[in-house]
Design a protein around this ligand. Structure first.
Ligand SMILES: *Cc1c(COP(=O)(O)O)cnc(C)c1O
Length: 345
């Protein structure tokens, strides 16, 4: 059947998500899931939907109640918020909306591999703008791209670029700039203020900091006039009623977010120090993972050996940048187990 596919779909490799092992007993530090449970208020809000007869009806296509909560929390116009079935859905909507077949998508590298995959699906070209050696944005090679994406904090490095450099990039570009803030709740700053620029779109997810990866909810913040157009591209009911209720309640529970965030930041500090002590080069991280490399031995064998010992981390190899291990900040017990296994090895 493959002869019926569009040539770009036939040729593309497809995105490979982190492994989700089916067996028990794994310490799972490979997909940046949050080791702490979601807010009890979010769970209760979803249970309340289940107890009612509301699932009989379609959900609100715009997510008005969620938008009002998010708008208030972030100090932005609720009409400037676009809801998504995870922020990957938001990234898909943005690619479909902005990038024509044969168009150009640009992102600094190494970064989130999905950006190039979305360009492949669209039949567009992807070009990378390699980070400088101290993880800043390079002189920008392609200001005329149809879509430019910067993950900030970046994955897999956990590094961040300043709002000042993002602002000047946005002004230099002739197209939209997406600032992917999937990990921003673990960082010291964010870029919501830049959404006052007409071509800046900030994306957020509830998968990482709100411990709701399984729920699939993300959103974007942009100029209200732009969001009105983007709504035309999304599935009408891309967010179900359960996820809308859960996401809204999770955002309303900022105390809970502060508590779990503080735990993760404390564990991140321990993980960073523990890995350094074992001879890894580790970048200071603004996210819920660290990027660990070494020059004295291949990290691929460390990854494989850890997997045999039922500790899963993410091995990544970026042409031109080298390889490393992206290790999620799990619970204290999980990080102890990781460090213990590494010590034994
Ligand atoms: C995890 C992640 C996302 C996607 O999050 P979902 O909301 O779960 O789809 C987006 N961008 C980056 C950089 C991520 O690491």
């Amino acid at each position: 059947m493959s002869q019926y596919l569009r040539p770009n779909i036939r040729a593309m490799a497809g995105y490979t998500p982190g492994e989700q092992p089916q067996g028990d007993g794994y310490v799972k530090l490979n997909t940046n899931e949050n080791p702490h449970p979601p807010s009890p208020r979010a769970l209760e809000a979803m249970a309340e939907v289940l107890r009612s007869d509301r699932l009989r009806k379609y959900p609100d296509p715009l997510g008005t109640a969620f938008r009002n909560t998010a708008g208030k929390l972030l100090g932005v116009d609720p009409d400037g918020i676009l809801i998504g079935n995870g922020s990957d859905d938001i990234l898909t909507i943005l690619t479909r909306a902005f990038v024509p077949e044969g168009g150009l998508v640009v992102s600094p590298t190494p970064s989130y591999l999905l950006y190039a995959t979305l360009a492949d699906i669209q039949g567009a070209r992807f070009e990378s703008a390699p980070y400088t050696s101290d993880w800043r944005l390079p002189p920008w090679p392609k200001p005329d791209a149809n879509l430019t994406l910067v993950a900030n904090p970046n994955s897999p490095t956990g590094t961040m670029v300043s709002n000042l450099s993002l602002r000047s990039l946005a002004k230099e570009l002739r197209g939209p700039l997406v600032i992917d803030e999937a990990y921003v709740d673990f960082a010291d700053s964010h870029a919501i203020e830049l959404t006052s620029l007409p071509n800046v779109i900030v994306t957020r997810t509830l998968s990482k900091s709100y411990s709701l990866a399984g729920l699939r909810f993300g959103f974007a913040i942009a100029a209200p006039s732009l969001v009105r157009d983007l709504v035309k591209v999304k599935d009408s009911y891309n967010c179900d009623m359960l996820s809308l209720a859960g996401a809204q309640a999770a955002l309303e529970d900022q105390d809970y977010l502060r508590q779990t965030r503080a735990k993760i930041v404390a564990t991140r500090t321990r993980l960073f120090a523990g890995l350094r002590k074992l001879g890894f080069d580790v970048l200071p991280s603004q996210a819920n993972f660290v990027w660990a490399t070494r020059s004295d031995r291949p990290v691929k064998t460390i990854f494989e050996e850890l997997k045999l010992r039922k500790v899963l981390v993410r091995y990544m190899n970026y042409p031109g940048h080298g390889d490393g291990l992206r290790i999620s900040v799990g619970s204290d017990a999980e990080i102890d187990r990781l460090l213990e296994e590494l010590k034994r090895m």
